[in-house]
Design a protein around this ligand. Structure first.
Ligand code: TNX
Length: 485
């Protein structure tokens, strides 16, 4: 099969600068080889593997002389990269391996996804760097557990769009999904079979599995952001350890999807001993800089107790070397300097986020009516919720995080995140259906300069990605908003 030549700018997220040069197309010949700086050997092997897959040629990695060159040079920015395609060869350049990894993702989209007889790269130059340092998505393992292999497969899918943070929601009322040394009943009692919503989707990560997963993500330049949701969303912890309730009562396990009924007890020292143990253990297992402490929907925690609790707990991630992240409700109290509120509200409200931004805090934007991947696409969606409205692909794309909240502009944003709650999901196919193509929309918002974004252009590039997802076996949603190829 002769593959269609892609255009240089047919990439999601759209690169900052694309300068095509039609006379400079590069034909990948059977003798193609990849040459790299020794420090970039890992990326060079991945580039060679990509070319082997699409061409069937041997594609050796050599120290010099290859027509594909991988150079660790230039650009002092962490994630920036440049690709030059000339008739004689191709150069990928970045100051860091992460920048080269980004270049690899772009290169992949300029090549066919499957095997082709004749492979040609479009000529010209791409220069690229992200708008925001944090481009994330969240997977809710608490309402339905996904296995390490399933999470790895999702990681492989999301890095194609230069998503660089995966937030794991590891505890909630229905289940506790990470083994914590010293607190074995959390996972023995609340991580087993039957602990998901509707009694489907139990399971948990052992510390060894979590460590392996974090390393897998790290090799793909994705930072895992673990979340332990506190002080609400704790029924599973309290079922396992009745001493975590105010009166020591044995609670029953719950598999419904209610929120806001459980709370840790702000006036008991046992609460803080538990929370500090958990935060210390999670911090020790996590190389990334963030630790998410939840803080959302604590409807059964009296406001005074909520503040008491957060004032005790918010310094703990810092004590163990991490930046605290929390849902924006936590901005009701004075935050430690490095803490990051994650804003999810639909309507702007006075909940302290603008004040935190004024004090110099960075904010993650995740407005539910735009970025929540668990909202239905339209009223006929077989999966998802609709409390934040239905969220079609254009609705996911056509907004800007710097306009969302008065007082929280471009300079206050750490970035954007698209959370995927799993109350209605059962399988990796369900996750894929909800994430694609809306996650690429959020990825482009996080990466591409605002002025360069355009819905019609995005539509066309997503349409062209359809056959790629099909080849990859990804169960994307064939939204009627897209004229699929
Ligand atoms: C709200 S928004 C939640 C979650 C639910 C989700 C469902 C927020 C921080 N919390 O507990 O799973 O809605 O969409």
């Amino acid at each position: 099969m002769r593959a269609t030549l892609r255009r240089l700018g047919d990439v999601i997220p759209l690169p900052v600068s694309v300068r095509p040069e039609a006379a400079a197309n590069f034909q990948v010949s059977p003798t193609v080889a990849v040459s790299a700086d020794p420090a970039a050997a890992g990326i060079a092997e991945q580039v060679a593997e990509l070319l082997r897959r699409v061409t069937g040629h041997p594609v050796p990695v050599t120290e010099a002389g290859g027509s594909i060159k991988i150079l660790l040079e230039g650009y002092d920015k962490n994630e920036a990269y440049r690709i030059d395609v000339a008739a004689t060869g191709v150069t990928l350049r970045a100051a860091t391996e992460q920048g080269l990894f980004n270049a690899l993702q772009t290169l992949r989209q300029l090549l066919p996804e499957g095997r082709a007889d004749e492979v040609v790269l479009p000529g010209g130059t791409i220069e690229d760097e992200p708008r925001f340092a944090y481009r994330g998505t969240m997977l809710d393992l608490a309402r339905h557990f996904f296995t390490p292999d399933e999470i790895k497969s999702y990681l492989d899918q999301i890095v194609q769009f230069k998503i660089n943070h995966l937030h794991l929601h590891l505890s909630d009322d229905q289940g506790w999904r990470l083994e914590i040394p010293g607190w074995p009943r959390l996972t023995e009692v609340s991580g087993g079979e039957g602990t998901g919503v509707d009694g489907v989707g139990g399971g948990f990560l052992t510390t060894a599995e979590y460590t392996d997963l974090v390393a897998y993500a790290e090799r793909r330049f994705v930072t895992i952001v673990p979340e332990i949701d506190l002080p609400g969303h704790v029924n599973a912890a309290q079922v396992a350890y009745p001493e975590l309730t105010c009166d020591g009562e044995q609670l029953t396990a719950r598999t419904d999807a209610e929120v806001g009924y459980s709370s840790l007890c702000a006036n008991r020292e046992e609460t803080y001993a538990f929370v500090e143990d958990v935060i210390r253990e999670v911090a020790a297992l996590t190389p990334g800089p963030f630790l998410h402490i939840g803080g959302d929907e604590a409807f059964s925690t009296p406001p005074e107790d909520y503040r008491t609790f957060l004032n005790r707990v918010l310094p703990m991630p810092g004590k163990y070397g991490k930046r605290a992240v929390g849902w924006h409700e936590m901005a009701a109290v004075e935050l430690p300097p490095s803490a990051v509120p994650q804003y999810w509200r639909i309507e702007p409200a006075d909940d302290g986020v603008a004040r935190a931004a004024r004090d110099g805090h960075q904010v993650i934007m995740s407005p539910a009516d735009r970025s929540y991947l668990d909202m239905k696409y339209d009223k006929d969606s077989p999966l998802g919720l609709d409390w934040a409205g239905v969220v079609g692909v254009e609705r996911s794309y056509d907004w800007d995080p710097a306009d969302r909240l008065p007082g929280v502009g471009e300079e206050s944003l750490l970035g954007v995140e698209a959370p995927l709650w799993s109350e209605t999901l059962r399988s990796p196919a369900d996750v894929e259906f909800m994430a694609f193509p809306r996650l690429p929309a959020i990825a482009e918002i996080g990466w591409t300069p605002r002025a360069a974004r355009d819905w019609a252009s995005f539509q066309a590039r997503v349409a062209a990605f359809g056959p790629r997802w099909t080849t990859q076996g990804v169960n994307f949603h064939r939204s009627r908003e897209i004229d699929w190829e």
